[in-house]
Ligand binder design. Sequence first.
Ligand code: SAM
Ligand code: SF4
Length: 442
Amino acid sequence: MSSTTQTTPIPLSRKPVGRDSPETKTACIRTFGCQMNVHDSDRIRRMIQDAGYAEVQRYEDADLVILNTCYVRENAVDRVKGHLGELNRLRREGRVKRVALTGCIGAAEESATLQQTYDIDLILGTHNTYELAEFVGLPTMQETYTPELPGTEGGHNAFVTIMTGCNYQCSYCIVPTVRGRMICRPMESVLGEVESLVAGGTGYVTLLGQTVDAWRHEGKRFCDLLEAVSEKAPRVWFTTSHPSNMEDRTLRAIGERETIVKRLHLPVQSGSDRMLRVMHRGYKAERYRRKIEVFREAAPDGTLSTDIIVGHPGETEEDHEQTLRLVEDCAFDSAYIFKFSPRRGTEAATLPGTVPDAVVQRRFLEVLRQVEQNAFARNQRKVGGEEEIYIRHGSTEDGKAIGETWSGHAVHVATDLAPGNYVRARIESAGPHVLYAGEPSG
Ligand code: SAM
Ligand code: SF4
């Protein structure tokens, strides 16, 4: 996981459906970015299905193409521009009829230029996605398609949004601009959705939000919600957390509660107090280290991942050294390492002290190497043990499915069982990113 791959388009789960007859309306949804966007795409999928569209996987089979986009880094925008160019060509050939762009790019100023350049039919931000309903021929029903309601993913594994937006103002981040301030969903509403998902067969619930641990509602805090969910769902995870909101009580609950996967994603961004201050992260490296100590004590076998930005304006060699030291001390099991990308409208885009590309590249590789060394060493400790493995993705042609242990490790295991099932198997070897299990024993 140690890479900048979060903006890779995430394939959606449905099987391809072709054009059954010339009358069948077809739509293709392409998702870019984080799990939040995947979840938004589920809601979009529900709309197009309600409007009578069949979902297809290829642009050339679609009457309507919906690009649900990410704006966090510049390369995400470049990638979307590539898709828009391709769609213009298909439109000229009369294959694609209409194009809609939704998500974080839709909420940014740049969307107006994109609309003109690429002749996009509809642009929507993250708050008014429900207006897509009207575009596809449904009444505009804000109450039916707002984030408080579930998408259609369901199945064995479901995301449940517990909060939207973000109240932080990190120097580099466009999220507060495009997603707005934090809105927390009431506890009863979350629990109601979890109950109905579990009753419908969902075995794994992931609580979602930009800063899930900042969730609070009517005197209840995130840990209260997590504990309540862990009593209703057979398997629970949450992402993403902010170190300033992470309570020791939550870290202990991860270790104590049987149904919570012992995996923590806690973005640190930098190991230098000076940079953390420039970034307005609101904590010091020492406080972060202490949180990690509590987590490691609560769940010694658990997995810890983080986000790190290299090359933020003003980052010196000394700052970078401190990040390397923190990476070594925390021994992350994986990390998303991002090269700083200036986003118009953020404070960091105007700061002096640009770090030269070659230096950013070297720092990126140094952090990556450090993360992988630690991850490899930690994964080796799992070899020889028997694990209960939850199947997340069914087997590919080589007969290997991708699963997850209760400690949150990704495992390749030979089974043709469908996603949502559990197997037991011995871990035979390990790389820096995954574990490899032998034949399942049950
Ligand atoms: N809310 C989460 C948090 O504060 O940890 C992160 C959400 S953001 C969508 C995911 C990650 O993208 C961040 O943790 C950060 O590392 C990275 N990121 C955000 N803006 C960036 C930028 N302008 N350049 C490089 N990386 C960025
Ligand atoms: Fe962006 Fe910071 Fe909010 Fe995370 S906490 S979404 S990095 S502003």
